[in-house]
Design a protein around this ligand. Structure first.
Ligand code: NAG
Ligand code: NAG
Ligand code: NAG
Ligand code: NAG
Length: 436
């Protein structure tokens, strides 16, 4: 199924259930807006003073609402609710909403609490669920960041606990996360794993530029994902797309600071990875290390296929576009291997702005599994790092494809596709690659 068809189906579905007006603060029967009974966490005993553990009240509100179609769990404005790691589990009746108008803060730092939690706020086994509102979700990550072991750090406790991710969605169908401000997560801010039908819209996700592993949105094994109108400023990837993800549309995103949007890393430890049908349209990157990046380890298998990166603006981005089949983040160099995650039908078009290095596009493909059908069109990136040169470099290694209208074709020699294989419409709807 093509993007547009999926998109229309999902947007119809979601626009029908967009919240339609004021919610009463106490329980009420179905109202004209189609919003069902409202369970205000205050009515369930939450204190909302920013210190008291309100987990039990949230859990009670959730359990009540979960049974009733179109119910709403309301986290009211003007109060701050403190939560330990908590699981909001389904299955629930359809069209459940968690509406956050107030502030939710994390209670536990690395020194407190019982047991290891991989997630702070976990949502699992939900269908037709929406997390919405104009409130704030603050993971208080600062307490964790100084403990995380990073090669660049002077002080680091090797026995320290792995920080939890902030908001974690697992095993879901048709979920929406809208309009919230999500900040300072101990690790990734918002993750979706094994979900079909995701809409993340109008989100503002922030963490300091030097906070470790604070990816904005992290996807793994998800299909039909729409990330629209989001602003993400963190210390790591703005959006990270991992294996098993397909039909992902990212539009009108503002990234930076951070590491940009990335597909991968794929194929680590000789694993098989499949990612296909990714489109990033109208992104702006401000002072990020990368703009758009596809990275894979040597020795893996599988395919990254049908990926478009269009209409992007770069402001002082170190490496605006990177395709790297030699990704390796270990201290010692990774050995060269003969297998790799294949990369094909990659379209990079209409990229403008400034690079903070000499580089505009850097493509390094495997000698044994070269990149196929790479299309570069309308790329005009200037550099500010060298006064004698105004256009940044485009470099290509072991890639096949074609180039049109590039103001700086320096060391890029995309090899022409062999006769009979070079004709493809780069803008057709993507399809699942063979073997995936
Ligand atoms: C791997 O291959 C690349 C490309 O041929 C080469 O530049 C690099 O030195 C090799 N690395 C090792 C560790 O052999
Ligand atoms: C590139 O930009 C031009 C001019 O704004 C626009 O007409 C064209 O559709 C864009 N190309 C893509 C692939 O989006
Ligand atoms: C390249 O840019 C020109 C002018 O902005 C536009 O007309 C054309 O559609 C663009 N080409 C592509 C492939 O986006
Ligand atoms: C080439 O790109 C430049 C800069 O984006 C644009 O102004 C021009 O119209 C493009 N030309 C073609 C033939 O696409």
């Amino acid at each position: 199924m093509g993007y547009m068809l999926v998109f229309c189906m999902l947007s119809t579905f979601f626009s029908m259930r967009a919240s339609g007006g004021a919610l009463s603060s106490s329980s009420s029967s179905n109202n004209v807006h189609g919003i069902g009974e409202v369970f205000n966490v205050m009515m369930e005993g939450a204190v909302g003073d920013g210190r008291t553990d309100d987990g039990e009240a949230f859990q009670r509100a959730w359990l009540h609402a979960c049974r009733i179609p179109s119910a709403v769990v309301l986290v009211p404005a003007g109060r701050k609710f403190s939560l330990r790691p908590i699981v909001f589990a389904g299955p629930c009746a359809s069209k459940l909403q968690l509406k956050v108008e107030g502030t939710i803060v994390a209670m536990e730092g690395p020194g407190s609490g019982t047991g290891d939690h991989k997630a702070w706020l976990e949502f699992k086994n939900l269908r037709d669920f929406a997390l919405v509102g104009n409130g704030v979700i603050n993971g208080k990550g600062r307490r964790w960041w100084s403990q995380v072991c990073r090669p660049t750090m002077k002080r680091c406790n090797p026995g320290s606990k792995e920080p939890p991710n902030g908001l974690v969605f697992q095993n879901c169908v048709n979920v929406r996360v809208s309009n919230l401000r999500i900040r300072d997560s101990p690790k990734f801010h918002l993750t979706f794993t094994n979900c079909d039908g995701v809409r993340a819209t109008g989100l503002l996700i922030t963490a300091p530029r030097n906070s470790p592993n604070t990816d904005g949105i992290h996807l793994k094994d998800c299909q039909n994902v729409f990330i629209l109108n989001c602003r993400i400023r963190t210390g790591d990837d703005c959006v990270s797309i991992q294996t098993g993800s397909s039909l992902v549309l990212i539009e009108d995103i503002e990234c930076g600071p951070g590491h940009g949007i990335s597909v991968g890393s794929l194929g680590k430890s000789r694993s098989k990875a499949c990612v296909w049908g990714i489109k990033v349209d109208r992104a702006t990157f401000d002072r990020t290390t990368n703009g758009f990046r596809i990275k894979s380890w040597q020795g893996g298998s599988g395919h990254a296929h049908g990926i478009m990166f269009l209409n992007a603006k770069m402001n002082k981005v170190e490496k605006p576009v990177v395709i790297d089949q030699y990704y390796c983040d270990s201290a010692t160099p990774c050995a060269n291997e003969t297998s790799a995650v294949a990369i094909s039908e990659i379209i990079i078009a209409n990229i403008t702005g400034r690079s903070s290095s000499m580089m505009a596009v850097d493509i390094k493909c495997s000698e044994h599994v070269p990149c196929r059908n790479v299309v570069l069109q309308n790329i005009t990136v200037t550099t500010e790092s060298n006064k004698d040169k105004s256009t940044a470099d485009i470099s290509c290694w072991n890639a096949y494809g074609f180039i049109t209208n590039i103001t700086s074709p320096m060391s890029c020699s995309l090899k022409p596709e062999p006769a009979g294989t070079g004709l493809f419409d780069p803008y057709r709807n993507p399809t699942r690659p063979l073997g995936c």
